[in-house]
Design a protein around this ligand. Sequence first.
Ligand SMILES: [Zn+2]
Ligand SMILES: [Zn+2]
Length: 376
Amino acid sequence: MRMKAAILREQGRPRPYAQSLALSIEEVDLLPPGPGEVLIEVAAAGLCHSDLSAIEGIRPRPLPVIIGHEGAGIVREVGEGVTDLRAGDHVITVFAASCGHCRWCVKGRANLCPAGNAARSAGTLRSGARRLFQDGKPINHGSGLSLFAQFAVIERRSAVKIDKDIPLDDAAIFGCAVMTGAGAVINTANLRAGDHIGIVGLGGVGMNALFAAVAAGAERIVVVDTSAEKLALARQWGATDTFLASDADCAEQVKAATGGGLDTVVEAAGAMKAVELAYAITGHGGCLVCAGLPESSGRFSYPHADLVSSEREIRGSYMGSCIAERDIPRLLALYRRGKLPVDRLKSGELPLEGINAGFDRLAEGSVLRQILRPNG
Ligand SMILES: [Zn+2]
Ligand SMILES: [Zn+2]
C-alpha cells in the first residue's frame, strides 16, 4: 500500500526544523504483513526526546529511516500465524523488539533481547525483514515500529492488545514515556512505600516517574529541573520538594534539605550534566537509576572510593525494565484508577505536516507530550 510518512534522510540539520525540514513528508510503499506480523493504522504517536536525539544526530541511525517509537493504533490486517489478534483490535506498540526464547527473554528481561538491539542497528524488523520501500529502494525501520507514518507493519510481539474504551492518544504515551518513567520507579528501583526519591528531569519520562512515585507511596519526592513552570506543575502533582537545576549549588541545596541525599534517584533528562547532579544527590546506600538516553559518546566519572564506602549503586533502566505484556496491563490499571494521569501531559495534537514544528517546540523544552495524529 501507499502511505504518507515522515522520513529522516540526514541527521544534524539545523534548527528551526520547520525551515530545515529535518523530517520530510513523502509517499512510501508499505508491504503487507509477513508471517508473525501485523499491519496497524497509527492512531497516535508521541514525540519523544529520543526521536529528537535521532534528528540531532547525537545517536546515529541507519538512514533513511522512519522513526517514531511511542504509539497506539488499530490492527487492520494480520500476517500468517497470528491467531491472537484480529482486525479492529486496539494495541499499544513496544519499541524494544524481542524474540521470546533467548536467555534474556526467558529470564524476564525481554527489553534486553539482543535480537531486538541488532535489528534496531540494522534498520529492519527483528526477523530481519523489510516492509518499507520507496521506488524499490529500502527505507529503514525505526525500533521495529516506524510510527511517524499513517500505517506500520510490526511484529506481533511488538504490540500489546488493550481495551477499546481507552483513548488511543492516552494509550500512545504508555509505549515509551509511561513504561520508561513509571517502570524505572516500580521495576528498576523497586520503590517502596516510605522511600525518599529524587527525579532529575521533568519531561514525559520524569513526570511519569513522579506519578508512579506518588502511586507507590514515596514519603519524600524531590524533583529537579531547569524549568520553574515544570517544577510548579510537579508540585501540584505530588512532588514534596522542588529545586532549580540551573542554581550553581543545586546539589548542595538538595543534600542539605534531605539529610545528605535520597534513597533512590531517577535520572530522566538524558544529559550527562543531569547524571552528575543525580549521582551527587544519591544518598548513602542509595541507588541512582539512569533512565534517560544521552548522546552515544557520553561518559560519566564518579569517585570510586565513595561508591564503595557508601554502597551507592548505579543502574541502567531501559524501557523501565518492563516486560510489555506484563506491565502495560498493570500500568493501564493504575491509569484507570487515576494514578497515572497521562492526559495531563498532553501538549496538543499535530498532523503529520506539523511534525517539524513539533520537534522545534520539544527542543525548546516548552512542552511535555505532543501527539501526532498521522491520519487526522
Ligand atoms: Zn521514547
Ligand atoms: Zn530474545
